[in-house]
Write a protein that binds this ligand. Structure first.
Ligand SMILES: [Fe+2]
Ligand SMILES: [Fe+2]
Length: 184
């Protein structure tokens, strides 16, 4: 498997979690009840898998090389596009965590911020992943030299091998939340 195929494969897990997130928000909207532990699990998946495990590979192994080797276009699409979106996602998660705390302490209005931040994150990431799968990764495959693509493959696969437990653990979280919110 190439490094880029590995990243595309990880998008499938992230997308599944985005569906769970929207559904948990919809349930909250309908029933006015919220399971804080489940939202903590979603945040933990986003931070440990989508951000640390997945975005880290993109940023360090792929995007850095696109900025270095693909001229102005490479620099622009990565630094003003993809990296900005990774940061925006981190902001939404910080705000979501804060809103959950406020809601837990009795501030009912914070429910608005829980839904707003979780749904905004889901929409942002859905569009971000669509752009990577259909534009950015094709641009990289088409434009980076073969030897650079080989380095990316090697770095991504080595990282993956060293971090299988993170992957397994987070897929476990995803499966259990899907059981609860989607397959019931
Ligand atoms: Fe990304
Ligand atoms: Fe990605």
């Amino acid at each position: 498997m190439s490094g880029i195929d590995l990243l595309i494969n990880e998008h499938k897990y992230v997308n599944r979690m985005l569906v769970v997130m929207r559904k948990a928000c919809f349930d909250f909207m309908q029933n006015k009840e919220i399971d804080y532990d489940d939202f903590d699990k979603m945040i933990s998946f986003v931070r440990n898998f989508a951000d640390s495990h997945h975005h880290k590979k993109e940023e360090i192994f792929l995007f850095n090389k696109m900025v270095e080797h693909l001229g102005e276009t490479g620099k622009n699409v990565i630094t003003h596009g993809m990296l900005v979106e990774h940061d925006l996602g981190r902001n939404y998660m910080r705000n979501l965590e804060e809103a959950l705390d406020r809601h837990k302490s009795g501030d009912k209005e914070a429910g608005l911020d829980i839904i707003a931040n979780a749904v905004s994150y889901a929409t942002l990431l859905e569009n971000h992943i669509h752009k990577e799968d259909n534009v950015i990764f094709n641009f990289a495959k088409r434009s980076l030299k073969e030897d650079i693509l080989e380095v990316i493959d090697k770095e991504c696969l080595e990282y993956e091998e060293k971090n299988t437990s993170i992957r397994e653990e987070n897929i476990g979280i995803l499966n259990s939340l899907e059981e609860k919110y989607i397959n019931r």
